[in-house]
Design a binder for this molecule. Structure first.
Ligand SMILES: Nc1nc2c(ncn2[C@@H]2O[C@H](COP(=O)(O)OP(=O)(O)OP(=O)(O)O)[C@@H](O)[C@H]2O)c(=O)[nH]1
Ligand SMILES: [Mg+2]
Length: 458
């Protein structure tokens, strides 16, 4: 019989806690745990039961910890293998000694994500579900959690599988026609029949992509860069929004050298705020690196907050920043409204909708800013049930876009009345792209890469 290596890891966070769990999975899991356990014979107990006892060092007969051991027998387990979870007292020492004993007696240390990887490789969950496990761990809001849980439950997988099913049926019908052109029963896959079918698939893909925009915002938040010349009050704004003194504020221009980050929750939306170094020409090497980074941030941000100073006249630096951000989602904040007006707003030549007047020092105008941001990223209305079907993972979104392009190419080929077997190639591409989401077509290095991003013990 082929033996799977038994893997182990501490599945709980490092540090002192009430309980810490050492997890084992594999053919030897029960035997190893039983060898170290004083209490019932774990190899004889029912599956899915918990047992009280001690972990004992077999060489010294010393009790290491008082524990509860959960026994899960294959195949109805997370990994589909035999699994044991040893619930130790949460001290770092006791837990590590238990882990060391498990390692010394036949198990090897699991790689990050290896338990979930086994669940995938053993066919209990597909790749999209495995990735959603990680999203559950990382979820920062209730909405994000709901999206992730839907993923683990396989709601997204079902959506994708159903679409693949529709595509496969179409492909199969075409094959029958090509192989048995004289076979009358096979649906004639003429252009006229293919077109409405593929159009439906295309509409479904587009609907998924539309909702994915919302899903992605809920899952990852919006990368929001705060930019402006030195001393206009960027860091003051960040601190106000986060309601804590996150960034250093002084009246010295060039205070912020590196980016400072923080998350702000606005209703369904999470803003990942990034305060940047004030942009200007500078001889200072450290500051210059910061300035370069700020420029990159403008590139990467999904939303830019350009901060201007009401108490100064408009400069070339301001104009440059406004030009740099003109074609991206942005809001222009005129700060220091509590001071005398020097800035000529008319000179900006901007739409009033884009401009918000604030005072970071006296804390006003920020409600209006928050309102504007919510309008800008107004999320489609959705129910909790829909939330669970939202695709939110960038890898999945990319593959759905690819599938959508292939179907569009097929539809164009139909318009051009190309031969059906050529159209088939595009339809097959779409089927394969969707398969990559579920992992049916995934390559080994992609799988290794994805699971390496997991936590230890998951
Ligand atoms: N009067 C007034 N002063 C402000 C306001 N916002 C910020 N300041 C002051 O402006 C100075 C610069 O503020 P910062 O928040 O450090 O400015 P910054 O844009 O982050 O500056 P750099 O990091 O150097 O680019 C500090 O003395 C702040 O107290 C405001 O709304 N009104
Ligand atoms: Mg600053």
């Amino acid at each position: 019989m082929y033996l799977t290596e038994t893997i182990t890891a501490i599945a709980t966070a490092v540090g002192e806690s009430a309980i810490a769990i050492v997890r084992l999975s594999g053919d030897e899991a029960l035997a190893i745990a039983n060898y170290l356990f004083t209490g019932k014979d774990l190899t004889q107990v029912e599956s899915h039961t918990i047992h009280y006892g001690h972990i004992m060092d077999p060489s010294t007969k010393q009790h290491i910890d008082e524990v509860l051991v959960s026994v899960f027998k294959a195949p109805k387990t997370f990994t589909t293998e035999d699994m044991v979870e040893i619930n130790c007292h949460g001290g770092k020492m006791a837990t590590e000694r238990v882990l060391r004993l498990v390692l010394a007696n036949g198990a090897r240390l699991a790689q990050p994500g290896e338990f979930t990887k086994r669940a995938f490789l053993n066919g209990r969950i597909d790749l999209a579900q495995a990735e959603a496990v990680m999203d559950v761990i990382h979820a920062k809001t209730e909405d994000a959690l709901q999206v992730a849980v839907g993923g683990v439950d396989g709601k997204v997988s079902t959506l994708i599988s159903d679409l693949r099913g529709e595509i496969l049926t179409t492909l199969a019908n075409i094959e029958v026609n090509i192989d048995y052109p004289e076979y009358d029963d096979a649906v004639e896959m003429s252009h006229t029949i293919l077109k409405p079918r593929l159009t439906t698939v295309q509409q479904e893909l587009e609907q998924i992509l539309r909702q994915a925009q919302t899903g992605k915002v809920i899952r990852d938040g919006i990368a929001t860069a705060i930019v402006g010349r030195p001393n206009v009050g960027k860091s003051s704004l960040l601190n106000r929004l986060l309601q804590e003194e996150r960034a250093i504020v002084t009246d010295i221009a060039g205070t912020t050298r590196d980016t400072v980050e923080g998350t702000l929750r606005l209703g369904h939306i999470i803003l990942n705020l990034i305060d940047t170094a004030g942009i200007r020409e500078t001889e200072d090497v450290v500051e210059a690196i910061g300035v370069e980074k700020s420029r990159q941030m403008i590139e990467q941000a999904q939303l830019t907050l350009v901060v201007l100073n009401n108490n100064e006249v408009l400069t070339d630096g301001d104009r440059e920043l406004l030009a740099l951000t003109a074609y991206k989602p942005r809001l222009v904040l005129i700060n220091k409204m509590d001071l005398a007006n020097q800035l000529d707003v008319e000179q900006l030549g901007l739409n009033n909708q884009e401009i918000i007047k604030i005072s970071a020092l006296e804390d006003w105008g920020l409600n209006q800013l928050e309102q504007k941001i919510q309008e800008l990223f107004s999320l489609e209305d959705f129910t909790t049930a829909q939330l669970e079907q939202f695709v939110s993972n960038v890898r999945h979104i990319g593959l759905i876009e690819k599938a959508s392009q292939s179907i569009r190419a097929a539809l164009e080929a139909i318009e051009l009345e190309m031969p059906i077997d050529l159209i088939t190639v595009d339809i097959q591409d779409a089927w394969e792209s969707l398969g990559e989401i579920l992992g049916t077509e995934a390559k080994t290095d992609l799988i290794d890469e994805l699971f390496s991003q997991f936590c230890l013990g998951k």
